[in-house]
Ligand binder design. Structure first.
Ligand code: PEP
Ligand code: MG
Length: 324
């Protein structure tokens, strides 16, 4: 089994009937590039950056951000690196001395991720500067987590303009065309994906949060995790809506949430139109094997039938038939 998987390392990712699929890797630490290389990964679809805030007395400065990003970009040797801006708060708590504002009684619905960053530009700007500087070294894309309104995108856009001016004035190099994308992880974004898609360069579906917010269940609460269901028709419909909206305006859309790393859902996602998966290093070769052993023919019709099914048992049966 392992030998068969290892053989896949240097082969392209493509369905049996010839649809090319992009398969990238999620990382949380710069050291994770070793694991990416080990499985033959050529791109990073999600580089979480919260590690920079772990176990420390002071927030990281621009140089530390830059050091971490440039290490990964160099290691990827021209492969695409999608750096996600800070997703601090809620399930990724931050030392309260580092920021202004209060977490509130319901942190998942409070000041987190882009909300926390826009309110705390002293934390955010060094990261934006570092990402822009890293963009001069390779194929860097920047992605914003937890976006729920168009206004947030405008604010980030304005901040970026400001920083680009600063860098130009100092003759510091950056890629002025660096792709700018959003995560689709709040249902509002999925529902409005057709309105947003034309304003960004790419989208990426974060199912971990999308499921939490769609089904109103705390992703970290054991008492309700029996309800945490990627196959809930509401979740599947939001995923489909987002993919369709992106495809319609020719914007790349990926999935970097855990659902993409789960072997049971790979064919279903292909059927929903997903062509770009970003997965954990541990799941990479298995997902690749499933993709390479799948035929697109008939898949979209069979997944559309699942979207019209209400009974969980029947959904599971239909999925098993697709995976057989
Ligand atoms: C997600 O929400 O699916 C995601 C990829 O982000 P995180 O798990 O870091 O919140
Ligand atoms: Mg998330």
């Amino acid at each position: 089994q392992r030998a068969a998987l290892n053989k896949l390392k240097n082969s392209p990712t493509m369905t049996r009937d010839g649809t090319p699929i992009t398969l990238h890797v999620n990382i949380e630490f710069p050291e994770d590039v070793t694991a990416v290389k080990r499985v033959g990964g050529e791109g990073i679809g999600l580089y979480r950056t919260e590690f920079l805030f772990m176990n420390r007395q002071q927030p990281p400065d621009e140089e530390e951000h830059f050091e971490a990003y440039s290490r990964v970009v160099r290691a990827l040797k021209g492969g695409s690196v999608t750096i996600r801006t800070l997703d601090l708060g809620a399930d990724k708590p931050i030392d309260s001395r580092f920021y202004d504002g209060s977490v509130g009684a319901n942190p998942a619905l409070g000041l987190r991720a882009i909300r926390l960053c826009l309110k705390n530009q002293k934390l955010f700007k060094p990261q934006l500067r570092a990402i822009l500087r890293a963009s001069a070294l390779g194929q860097v894309r920047m992605m914003i987590p937890m976006v729920c309104s168009f206004q947030e995108l405008v604010q980030v856009h304005n901040l970026m303009e400001e920083i680009r001016d600063e860098l130009r004035n100092k003759s510091i190099k950056f890629n002025s065309q660096m792709p700018f994308g959003v995560m689709v992880e709040v249902p509002a974004m999925a529902i409005c994906s057709d309105l947003i898609a034309s304003y960004v360069d790419f989208l990426s579906i974060g199912t971990n949060d999308l499921i939490q917010y769609t089904l109103a269940i705390d992703r970290g609460n054991d008492a309700v995790n029996y309800l945490y269901d990627p196959l809930h028709p509401a979740v599947l419909r939001l995923i489909k809506m987002s993919i369709d909206a992106a495809v319609k305006v020719d914007k790349p859309i990926s999935m970097c949430g855990e659902m993409a790393s789960d072997s049971r859902y790979v064919r279903l996602l292909l059927g929903l139109g997903l062509r770009y998966f970003s997965v954990n290093p541990e799941a990479f070769l298995e997902v690749k094997q499933i993709i390479n052993n799948s035929d697109m023919k008939g898949l979209s019709q069979r997944t559309n039938e699942i979207l019209q099914t209400s009974s969980p048992t029947e959904i599971t049966e239909r999925l098993e038939a697709i995976n057989a």
